[in-house]
Design a protein around this ligand. Structure first.
Ligand code: 2AM
Length: 189
């Protein structure tokens, strides 16, 4: 399904991501509340919680159609992303949630997206994929204690689709708007 882009500018900052539905967002939000208090950092706003697949950065608006056509050809099956831990990234001063075991289908999805984008002439920063759901920023810690690192009850996130997101800077906040959505192939669980 495509969502009309409401933009008049010549370039747009975009990335591919998986975006939690309400039930999972609420669980991640509760986790960010716990971590935010313990680490005294700045929590991500609930509606901005996501997992980035490929960050494309600034592209021309005129490239969006080509990007969507390339994305239309990506096929991968549904998977669960099992969030069972939090980690601290000292360099970036952020605390994020992640999975001890990264699903192969997630890795394949990212590889496919990168390959299709490159084949269509889009250049982007090709960092090693490190799945992370940023929850708290501006954290000052030496390390994250184990009591905060491991979740008592993992959050089982059923991933059914992925999105293309436009990122904009409003006066005091970052606004993310989905501008495309693609379904993953259903499998028998
Ligand atoms: P972060 O949460 O670690 O900041 C939108 O900026 C999303 O793209 C965020 O999830 C951000 O990760 C990710 N991202 C990856 N590479 C980026 C880059 N070079 N610049 C900005 N954001 C990037």
């Amino acid at each position: 399904m495509l969502i009309k882009v409401l933009t008049s500018g010549k370039s747009v900052r975009v990335f591919f991501a998986i975006w939690p539905e309400e039930a999972i967002r609420n669980q991640l939000c509760s986790l960010s509340e716990r971590l935010g208090v313990a680490c005294s950092g700045r929590r991500m706003r609930a509606e901005n919680i996501h997992l980035t697949l490929v960050f494309l950065g600034e592209i021309r608006v005129s490239q969006l159609d080509m990007l969507r056509s390339a994305a239309n050809t990506v096929r991968e099956q549904r998977f669960d992303f099992i969030v069972d831990r939090a980690e601290y990234w000292k360099y970036s001063r952020l605390v994020y949630a992640t999975a001890g075991e990264v699903p192969q289908r997630l890795i394949r999805l990212v590889d496919l997206l990168k390959a299709h984008m490159s084949a269509n002439g889009l250049s982007f920063e090709n960092r090693t994929f490190k799945p992370h759901i940023t929850l708290v920023r501006k954290v000052s810690l030496n390390f994250l204690p184990n009591s905060l690192r491991y979740l008592d009850k993992p959050i089982i996130w059923p991933v059914n689709d992925w999105v293309l997101v436009k990122s904009e800077q409003a006066s005091d906040r970052t606004v993310y708007t989905p501008i495309g959505r693609w379904a993953l192939i259903p499998t028998q669980r």
